[in-house]
Write a protein that binds this ligand. Structure first.
Ligand code: SF4
Length: 197
């Protein structure tokens, strides 16, 4: 197969997979925007659980995010609280029902399919998708929202004596635990070896 056909096929496959997953989302009681918000809140860290960060992550409008959050709150899937030390800032969190709902997420099927790939294919796919996403992020100048442990501000074992550690964020000057290191962050800045996620 020549490179042009390969390129065309890969783009078409990505589009079709996304389309089929969206279609599966519509078969549930939540729409795609509501699923995306739930997934984001399950993955983001404590610096990124705000309506503004969600808007940036989804590259959506303020109005869409506001409608989505109101619908999720009405359904009892998320809750809003005032952020500690800043009464004007809203912190979003999944409720127990919201977390349970994620176990019905149609996109989990993709994870199963990916798990069935040979390890070398999985690694190659991950590298390729990171590179593709990195190019689009660079073009649009959107935030990277990568994993904390791949951020240039992340210091491995930088707070090993702190009970909330052992890692450290040198931007927010706070300890990070092992779970924090795997979360995505609105303030993430790619390190020299991590172009995107
Ligand atoms: S190290 Fe980077 S990704 Fe992690 S909390 Fe700090 S700014 Fe966010």
């Amino acid at each position: 197969m020549d490179p042009f056909t390969q390129t065309f096929d890969i783009a078409a496959l990505l589009e079709r997979i996304a389309r089929l997953m969206r279609s599966a989302e519509h078969e549930t009681k939540l729409n795609p925007a509501q699923w995306e918000a739930l997934r984001y809140l399950a993955r983001c860290n404590r610096y990124s659980n705000s309506p503004g960060a969600l808007k940036d992550y989804l590259a959506a409008t303020k109005g869409t995010i506001s409608q989505t959050l109101m619908a999720l709150e009405r359904k009892g899937l998320i809750e809003k609280t005032n952020r500690a030390g800043d009464r004007r800032s809203v912190a979003l969190a999944l409720t127990a029902t919201g977390s349970k709902t994620l176990s019905w997420d149609p996109w989990q099927r993709l994870e199963v399919y990916v798990k069935e790939l040979a390890p070398e294919h999985r690694r190659a796919l991950l590298t390729a998708l990171r590179a593709i996403l990195g190019q689009e992020i660079a073009r649009t100048r959107l935030k990277s929202f990568g994993r904390c442990r791949r951020c240039r501000h992340f210091e491995l074992n930088g707070a090993s004596n702190d009970p909330s550690g052992p890692h450290r964020c040198n931007l927010f000057r706070s300890p990070l635990n092992a779970g924090d290191a795997e979360r995505i962050c609105a303030a993430h800045e790619p390190g020299s070896t991590s172009p995107a996620a």
